[in-house]
Design a protein around this ligand. Structure first.
Ligand code: DGI
Ligand code: FE
Ligand code: FE
Length: 189
């Protein structure tokens, strides 16, 4: 599907704020791709589709995974919202016709991250956090600056702030989020 077609369909699938966020991530990812010599088209498709499964109910998320034999980890079973990343990759392929494995992977890991993430994965993870409609996270200014200077340092900053936030609010932390944080700590040393 062409990007314009996908945009039209997503506008119906997502609520207003989520759609605005989606466009914000798409254009932020495009700018980051320019800054880091990455593929701009891939960044735009991944940004546009990263939250395509966000507005499905938790009940339906689990149902769709079981029906299609998509693996659900114990952590995802307890917090089905995490599945919107995995399901996003699934629908990007099934419904929106994306075959590019790198785009699908960037969508798949956009919420927890993953050790060994590649440049496109990092761009989407970071763009999701810093796009212009976001305004609640602490240290956004620093994350926004790092995003265009050093992807690994931006990842570490965002992961560390996310873990702090989850600890404060008592949210259960997915093992993958911690592993990703440990990975970037190693990378930077
Ligand atoms: O879908 P978005 O809201 O655009 O962004 P996202 O997919 O990165 O999800 C953001 C939320 O996910 C944010 O509130 C932090 C939360 N999150 C990230 N890793 C974990 C997590 N929540 C829990 N409970 N456990 C995690 O490991
Ligand atoms: Fe998301
Ligand atoms: Fe998002």
């Amino acid at each position: 599907m062409k990007r314009a077609e996908i945009e039209k369909k997503l506008k119906k699938e997502l609520d207003k704020e989520r759609y605005a966020h989606t466009l914000g991530v798409m254009y932020t990812a495009a700018a980051m791709a320019m800054a880091h010599q990455a593929d701009m088209e891939q960044a735009m498709y991944a940004g546009l589709l990263h939250d395509c499964a966000k507005c499905i109910s938790n009940h339906d998320k689990l149902k769709i995974c079981k029906k299609n034999k998509i693996f659900v980890s114990p952590s995802e079973e307890r917090r089905p919202f995490l599945l919107h990343a995995k399901l996003g990759a699934y629908f990007a392929r099934k419904t929106y016709g994306v075959e590019d494995k790198e785009i699908l992977h960037a969508i798949q890991v956009h919420t927890t991250g993953e050790p060994g993430m590649n440049t496109l994965d990092k761009i989407i993870y970071i763009a999701d956090y810093i796009e212009p409609n976001r305004n609640k996270a602490p240290n956004l200014e620093e994350a926004r600056r790092l995003a265009f200077e050093d992807l690994d340092r931006a990842m570490l900053k965002i992961l560390s702030d996310t873990l702090n936030y989850l600890e404060r609010k008592g949210g259960e932390i997915d093992p993958l989020t911690v592993e990703t944080y440990e990975y970037f700590k190693e990378v930077i040393q």
